[in-house]
Design a protein around this ligand. Structure first.
Ligand SMILES: [Cu+2]
Length: 178
């Protein structure tokens, strides 16, 4: 009798069946295809955002955002400043429990460098309804080249659970038509 401690006698195994070998080969080839897709989508698919990253102290990032708001504020929406930066400029949005700050007012067709960072914990930047998602990590400034191609009002929601007020964490991006 065989058990965990008593090994079976010699010759207990049979070589893999031809169809089994075939499936192992297909599975392996498919793994390689998916593996190759990662760099492919990065370069060709526009799926993974290419941008700059830099370390930043949360307080230093806050200072940049404050300066940005001071320079370009044009209004206020529910206590949050509405900021209209000139096309081509560096624009800032910060995530913190539980707010996206400030509201951005952009121009359709203009290119901006959007900086994102968090002041406290991980948050998830999710632009609704266009389905652009980005992980926001404290201590890092992510600079993304963005060109809004549709006008309208977009909502930023947080898709990374960040505490009791997570579901209240919504922001706004307004894109004015050309
Ligand atoms: Cu959240």
């Amino acid at each position: 009798m065989n058990s965990g401690v008593v090994s079976p006698g010699a010759g207990w195994w049979k070589p893999a069946n031809r169809s089994e070998k075939l499936w192992v080969t297909i599975a392996f080839v498919w793994c390689m295809v998916l593996f190759a897709m990662m760099p492919f989508w990065h370069l060709k698919g526009g799926q993974n955002a290419s941008g700059t990253r830099a370390r930043v102290e949360p307080s230093a990032y806050m200072a940049r955002v404050d300066q940005f708001v001071k320079d370009y504020q044009v209004g206020e929406e529910m206590g949050v400043p509405v900021v209209q930066p000139p096309p081509g400029s560096d624009i800032y949005m910060l995530a913190r429990m539980w707010q996206w700050y400030p509201v951005l007012k952009l121009k359709q067709g203009a290119t901006y460098t959007l900086h994102l960072s968090s002041l406290d914990v991980n948050h998830g930047f999710s632009l609704y309804p266009v389905n652009i998602n980005f992980q926001i990590v404290p201590g890092y400034d992510y600079g993304l080249k963005v060109t809004p191609n549709q006008a309208g009002q977009f909502t930023v929601i947080c898709n990374e659970f960040c505490g009791i007020g997570h579901h209240l964490m919504t922001g706004r991006v307004i894109v004015d038509p050309q």
